[in-house]
Ligand binder design. Structure first.
Ligand code: DQA
Length: 159
């Protein structure tokens, strides 16, 4: 199983950017923690960050062929990007939306997400742990799907 972790705009500034909101951990810390977790769970992981909407869309389209699902922190594009929402819906891979901060405790414009409606779930407000929780939840969701598929095949074999 392979998971892609997608980081949107300004997340390259984690650790330096508004530390009272986003904490002191850097994007490298996040990716390193997810690498450790991936090893623990016996799955593969890759991470990608871009400040550009079109590049995030391109990444989703290209990665979809090699990954089983996405962990997505789209940053501000969460609240604005129909293009990214369409890309994620279009490639039909399960994804979990994550946020470092609790977006629902912040400005009203952060309460709307174009991604949440099609997500397996949303984790928001736990700092770096939002990524860890979201990653683990996605892996368990995908494993659950695999088990269901296997049970269906046992109950109704193809030939
Ligand atoms: C964020 C929340 C967004 O509203 C904001 O634009 C970000 C980061 C978070 O992780 O808390 O860039 O996605």
């Amino acid at each position: 199983m392979r998971i892609a972790v997608l980081h949107g705009p300004n997340l390259n500034l984690l650790g330096r950017r508004e530390p009272e909101v986003y904490g002191r951990q850097t994007l490298d810390d996040v990716n390193a923690a997810l690498g450790v977790l991936a090893r623990e769970l016996g799955v593969q992981a890759e991470a990608y960050q871009s400040n550009h909407e079109g590049q995030l869309v391109d990444f989703v389209q290209q990665a979809a062929g090699r990954v089983d699902g996405f962990v997505v922190n789209a940053g501000a594009y969460t609240h604005t990007s129909i293009a990214l929402a369409d890309a994620l819906a279009g490639v039909a891979r399960p994804y979990v939306e994550v946020h470092v901060s609790n977006v629902f405790a912040r400005e009203r414009f952060r309460h709307r997400s174009y991604l949440a409606g099609n997500a397996v779930g949303v984790v928001s407000g736990f700092g770096l742990d939002s990524y860890r929780l979201g990653f683990r939840a996605l892996v368990e969701h995908l494993q659950g799907q695999e088990e269901k598929q296997e049970a269906t095949e046992v109950l109704s074999p193809k030939s």
